[in-house]
Design a protein around this ligand. Structure first.
Ligand code: NAD
Length: 463
């Protein structure tokens, strides 16, 4: 039965029911279920990423000022490894997962059989506009789904390039790219999906979940929040500072898992601050705004937001800006008030607040008094301290003695908890997110024990 546009599905004159219907019809043909189709599509996406490297890096440079190395490591190259890992394991992930069968159901076999969900909506964010749109797409393809990809409108050039390239490489009966902002997203969200995978902020996350509830559509929400970093006084100071600087200032701090603020034992803060300053100079030079390795702020609205965070706080390093680009130098703030905007909002930019705490338990109380973060970092030479933090806090992920490196392991599912999101992806977790893991019990006709059938008698019970 063709769908009729409902009032909600037409938003500001925009309606996508035809596109969604086309994808659903393709899914119904069963073509996406075979391993050949999935493999071919993953290989086509790989070709897209390899053959258009130059244009992709140029778009990322134009949208975010990303330097080539960073763009390869965190976006194009990340996706290529993701595709290779998926191709390597796809056949195994698609297999039935056998489980034991209780005596009462003998003879019989029990297993779990992954099946594609159908037609899914993937909404990306602007900070890693390639990776965050296409990594879920890799998982959706592997699981045998049709998809609509909605790139973030804030990363304009990357969005336009994806919209141009996807139809050139992929099976266009099974994928659509929809560009646009709030109106287009609202019209998309009004359609009925088999899954919605959203990456972005909490406020829109709630809009997505509310829209999904209308159709009882399952959602994955990859959100953000303030990811803390604890630094113990017993730590390898140089490496701590180096890895902290790497994780905080990659993409000018616009990373959902960047350390948002640092908690450091009182008395040790000045040593840490000196080490961070030294590392900043070494990685981005004394003039970071002119370093070709240092990124832009996505737009003037976010630039102004970041500038406002620096009002009425103690800026101890950085703070220089280039309003043209726009860009802000790596900036350190010491002891901001707990109720300041800097310590209430997710910073999502190149400002690092440093806050002293009396002990590791004080740091744990500080972290636990706030919404559950997406990532949590802890630096210490003492394994007991690290284990104590892991055991007594809750976050999407933890990485000790490093920052964002855990993202390189496809065996580690990635996602938030509480306010930082729900659901996971990367590696098999992504395949499972876009699959329904159907349970099957296969029985034959042998051994039909009569006890379970009525009429029941005392004799039967006694037996
Ligand atoms: P964004 O503005 O790019 O929005 C994300 C998506 O939501 C876009 O596709 C956009 O078109 C859509 N959208 C925007 N407003 C909408 C509305 N009113 N109704 C419907 N759809 C709408 O991204 P953002 O929210 O600025 O992203 C930043 C946030 O994302 C941060 O909180 C960050 O931590 C989080 N983030 C999380 C991850 C993760 O993997 N968990 C990754 C990157 C970013």
């Amino acid at each position: 039965m063709p769908m009729r546009p409902s009032l909600q599905a037409v938003h500001a004159g925009v309606c996508y029911l035809d596109k969604v219907e086309k994808l659903k019809a393709s899914f119904e043909t069963g073509k996406t279920r075979s391993i050949e189709w999935r493999r071919n599509q993953l290989l086509a996406l790989k070709r897209l990423l390899e053959e258009n490297q130059h244009d992709l890096l140029a778009a990322l440079k134009s949208d975010l000022g990303k330097c080539e190395t960073e763009a390869v490591v965190s976006e194009q190259g990340f996706l290529l490894s993701d595709i290779d890992h998926t191709l390597k394991h796809l056949a195994k992930w698609m297999q039935v997962r056998k489980v034991s069968t209780p005596l009462v159901a003998w003879p019989g076999k029990s297993f779990q059989q992954p099946e594609p969900l159908g037609t899914v909506l993937i909404m990306g964010a602007w900070n890693y506009p390639l990776q965050l749109l296409l990594a879920p797409y890799v998982a959706a393809l592997a699981a045998g789904n049709c998809a609509v990809l909605k790139p973030s409108e804030l990363a304009e050039d990357t969005s336009a390039l994806i919209a141009r390239l996807i139809p050139q490489y992929m099976d266009t009966t099974c994928v659509e790219v929809v560009e646009g902002g709030k109106d287009e997203s609202t019209a998309l969200l009004a359609c009925q999906w088999d899954h919605i995978f959203y990456t972005g902020g909490e406020a829109v996350g709630k809009i997505v979940m509310t829209a999904a509830a209308r159709h009882l559509t399952p959602v994955t929400l990859e959100l953000g929040g303030k990811s803390p970093c604890y630094v113990d006084k017993n730590t390898n100071l140089k490496t701590t500072a180096r890895r902290l600087v790497w994780g905080k200032w990659m993409n000018a701090g616009q990373t959902c898992i960047a350390p948002d603020y640092v908690l450091v034992e009182s008395g040790f803060e000045h040593k840490l601050i000196d080490a961070i300053k030294k590392e900043l100079k070494s990685q981005y030079s004394k003039d970071p705004l002119n370093s070709r390795d240092y990124g832009n702020i996505i737009n003037h609205r976010h630039f102004s937001r970041l500038q406002r965070y620096l009002e009425d706080v103690n800026v101890i390093y950085g703070g220089q800006v280039d309003p043209e680009r726009p860009a802000m130098a790596p900036t350190l703030v010491l002891e901001p008030a707990e109720n300041s905007a800097l310590m209430s909002d997710e910073i999502f930019g190149p400002i690092l607040p440093i806050i002293t705490v009396a002990s590791v338990d004080h740091a744990i109380r500080f972290i636990n008094a706030r919404p559950k973060p997406l990532a949590l970092y802890a630096f210490s030479d003492d394994d007991n301290v690290l284990d104590h933090i892991i055991a007594n806090t809750s976050s999407g992920s933890v990485c000790t003695n490093d920052t964002m490196l855990f993202m390189t392991n496809p065996e580690l599912p990635f996602g938030g908890v509480g306010n930082s999101g729900m659901g996971q992806y990367h590696g098999q977790a992504g395949f499972d997110t876009f699959s329904h893991i159907k349970t099957v019990m296969k029985r034959g006709f042998a051994l039909d024990v009569p006890f379970r059938y009525a009429p029941f008698s005392k004799l039967k019970l006694a037996l």
